[in-house]
Design a protein around this ligand. Structure first.
Ligand SMILES: *Cc1c(COP(=O)(O)O)cnc(C)c1O
Length: 391
């Protein structure tokens, strides 16, 4: 069937860009996994607080299943809006200190839903070049005109804001923590620009939710800028350990999304076990700020260790720590060598990153012990030296 598919896959393989699924055979404590019979320290997970295996979340899922069943039975607007959805959305709104919040089945669907609901042909979207793929897909599907600005470049953003005529809807979108480099959006400047040019501001807190801010609500909370952001999007699939996306903001925004967001309307409501896990996760995030503080402290130590050894950790300021390698093949070889020594980390290659900027990315979790992270650091430095990535 379709021999051209083979040719395309072969072309990807020739550029060291061919991807394959790998089976995680067992999930082990301490942020470890078994893959192909080998136990690895998992430095590729988004389970930043180690909640995916937490007994309290598992119990939350079990209790919700026992009480409400495993499926919601319908879409939200039809008959699938359970009391449990209502409760979790109220808790999310309180967590985000917003008037209201709405759940989507995934973060991907949240981005698709909110962007296509608010924006259409004739409107203009300003998007950071390193924004997540789900934001890009939402923009494409919306039909709005897209202006991508260079990563975190506020001069360029201001220039294009000045050049695009007013009168239409204008929306600035940024990740708050960028998944590729673990760096932060310049939120002060973004809020100032959106006010100066009469645009809306939307931030995607997928990697910041549960991690940054005094209450774990994300970067906007950490900087005291929540009121300057119009659309707060985030996920429950990373630090919160299970699955789902949310949008929080003014009541009328959420009412509008109930009516217009197609990825909310035309899909089955989120299943009760996931909602039970989210409720338990929100409780842990509220009651155990130490988890996120320890994670960020360990990340700081880890990053400093890499920098002292001569690695370029790019702009990382969070639990996501990349090291720049350059070409695709050496990045793959570096990741493979680390794996042979018990560390699972991904090599990021184009089109995820610009050509010639391939890197290996480490994601830290509160599940990792300080001793394991210290050992991982030693292995990474020694391997980098042997491979000539650092001297
Ligand atoms: C992971 C991620 C998403 C998608 O969230 P899912 O819940 O996994 O669908 C959206 N935006 C960003 C920035 C992400 O990192």
């Amino acid at each position: 069937m379709f021999p051209e598919l083979d040719q395309e896959l072969a072309a990807l393989a020739a550029q060291a860009l061919r991807r394959r699924l790998q089976v995680v055979e067992t999930v082990l404590p301490g942020g470890r996994v078994r893959v192909a019979g080998q136990v690895l320290l998992n430095l590729s997970s988004n389970d930043y607080l180690g909640l995916a295996q937490d007994p309290r979340l598992i119990a939350g899922a079990q209790e919700a299943a026992a009480r409400w069943g495993v499926g919601a039975g319908a879409s939200r607007l039809v008959a699938g809006h359970l009391g449990l959805h209502e409760d979790v959305e109220k808790e999310l709104a309180a967590f985000k200190d917003a008037e209201a919040a709405v759940l989507f089945s995934t973060g991907y669907m949240a981005n698709l839903g909110v962007i296509t609901a608010l924006m259409s042909q004739g409107d203009v979207i300003f998007s950071d070049r390193l924004n997540h793929a789900s934001i890009m897909d939402g923009i494409r599907l919306s039909g709005a005109t897209l202006h991508r600005f260079p990563h975190r470049d506020m001069n360029q953003l201001e220039k294009i804001l000045r050049q695009t005529p007013g009168g239409k809807r204008r929306l600035i979108i940024t990740d708050s923590v960028f998944s590729v480099d673990g760096d932060l959006a310049p939120l002060w400047e973004l809020v100032a620009l959106k006010e100066r040019y009469g645009a809306w501001l939307m931030i995607d807190e997928a990697h910041a939710t549960g991690v940054l801010g005094p209450g774990g609500a994300g970067l906007a909370q950490a900087l005291g800028l929540a009121a300057g952001v119009d659309i707060h999007m985030g996920t429950l699939s990373k630090a919160l350990g299970s699955l789902g996306g949310y949008v929080a903001g003014e009541r009328r925004l959420i009412d509008y999304l109930h009516n217009k967001a197609r990825s909310f309307i035309y899909t089955t409501a989120m299943p009760p076990p996931v909602l039970g896990a989210i409720q338990a996760a929100l409780r842990v995030v509220r009651e155990e700020p130490d988890r996120r503080l320890r994670l960020l402290q360990e990340a700081e130590k880890f990053r400093r260790g890499l920098q002292d050894a001569g690695f370029d950790t790019l702009g990382s300021e969070t639990q996501i720590v990349p090291v720049l390698v350059g070409k695709n093949e050496p990045a793959l070889e570096f990741a493979a060598a680390l794996r042979a020594r018990g560390l699972m980390a991904v090599a990021l290659r184009p089109p995820t990153v610009p050509p010639g900027r391939a890197r290996v990315r480490f994601s830290l979790s509160a599940a990792h012990s300080p001793a394991d992270l210290a050992r991982a650091l030693q292995i990474i430095v020694a391997t980098g030296q042997e491979m000539g990535i650092v001297s």
